[in-house]
Design a protein around this ligand. Structure first.
Ligand SMILES: [Fe+2]
Length: 304
């Protein structure tokens, strides 16, 4: 670690001496390879607060939804300060809308940057999604067309975000209920191109992957064989439900079903993420059940 710091300082000084652009230094800070191993954790929700402080050893790190803090009063930021003392925190964004053709909202981006600086995490994450279009807030994560034009929009917006936020960015796959027309790329081509052109990591939501594979009748193993597995930094897992029309919905409202554990086992046999996060937003069970799921993920991750 000490040696790495010396190399970095040496390289940085060399850049300054020869007048190289500060963006080069930024690229070094964005490197995914420096992200430490994190283990298995939980998406933080206020409802878990007291259990987490009673049993902090039950998990390894927390993911916080950064949108919950952007316009929040100082007491909420104080909560972050307290959480930071016990856990590594990974900020997870909902509303940057990386697929918006009009570009990113600069005020929102400023707020996100401020919060990430405050948290000082190993990396931060956002979705490959659209939440704003033509000045309208859509109110949920909408999928993109898998087209060359949409790819250019994502790459441009991600580069804008990376210029302002020097922490590594990790992007999450989302679900889609139907395939949008006018795509000229496959989902795996689209995903791969975004990751490689922007040098971002992948937050592979295995429940989203399984949900899409089930709803659109494809093999998730084949999907995984077509994406850069070495870019997978983190996993999400959760339980959803099957609607009456047979469509799977990723609702984060149920315990993790066996099918998702099977996907996790397979994914962990083909890649080496740094961390795994359980997401639970509705129908919150007793904390003992949450701990059981984290324990099971730890076992599959080979942590004991
Ligand atoms: Fe997720």
């Amino acid at each position: 670690m000490y040696q790495k710091t010396i190399y970095f300082l040496f390289f940085r000084n060399l850049c300054l001496v020869f007048g190289l652009f500060p963006e080069k230094i930024q690229t070094m800070k964005n490197e995914l390879s420096n992200i430490p191993f994190l283990g298995v954790g939980l998406g933080f929700r206020s409802v878990f607060k007291s259990d987490l402080f009673l049993e902090p050893q039950s998990l390894d790190f927390l993911e916080i939804t950064l949108d919950h803090y952007l316009d929040a009063p100082p007491s909420k930021w104080r909560e972050l300060e307290i959480l930071k003392q016990s856990f590594t925190l990974i900020p997870h964004g909902l509303n940057l809308s990386l697929g918006t053709a009009q570009g990113l909202d600069p005020k929102y981006l400023d707020q996100v940057a401020r919060l990430i600086e405050f948290v000082d995490p190993p990396y931060w994450s956002e979705h490959i999604a659209i939440t704003k279009a033509g000045g309208i807030e859509i109110g949920h994560l909408s999928p993109s067309v898998f087209s060359t034009e949409a790819l250019e929009v994502f790459v441009r917006n991600i580069e804008t975000a990376k210029r302002q936020i020097s922490y590594p960015l990790v992007l999450e796959n989302i679900t889609y209920l139907f395939e949008l027309p006018n795509s000229n790329l496959s989902e795996t081509q689209f995903l791969t191109q975004i990751l490689e052109q922007t040098d971002c990591g992948l937050l592979l939501d295995i429940t989203n992957l399984y949900t899409n594979a089930y709803n659109h009748r494809f093999d998730y193993r084949q999907f995984l064989s077509q994406i850069p597995l070495e870019r997978i930094i983190q996993l999400h897992f959760a339980g959803g439900f099957e609607a009456s029309n047979g469509v799977l919905i990723d609702s984060h409202s149920q315990n993790t079903p066996q099918e998702i554990w099977d996907v996790m086992e397979y994914v962990l046999s083909v890649c080496q993420p740094k961390g795994i996060i359980l997401e639970r937003d509705e129908n919150i069970p007793p904390f003992a059940e949450i701990k059981q799921e984290i324990k099971k993920a730890k076992r599959l991750f080979g942590l004991y």
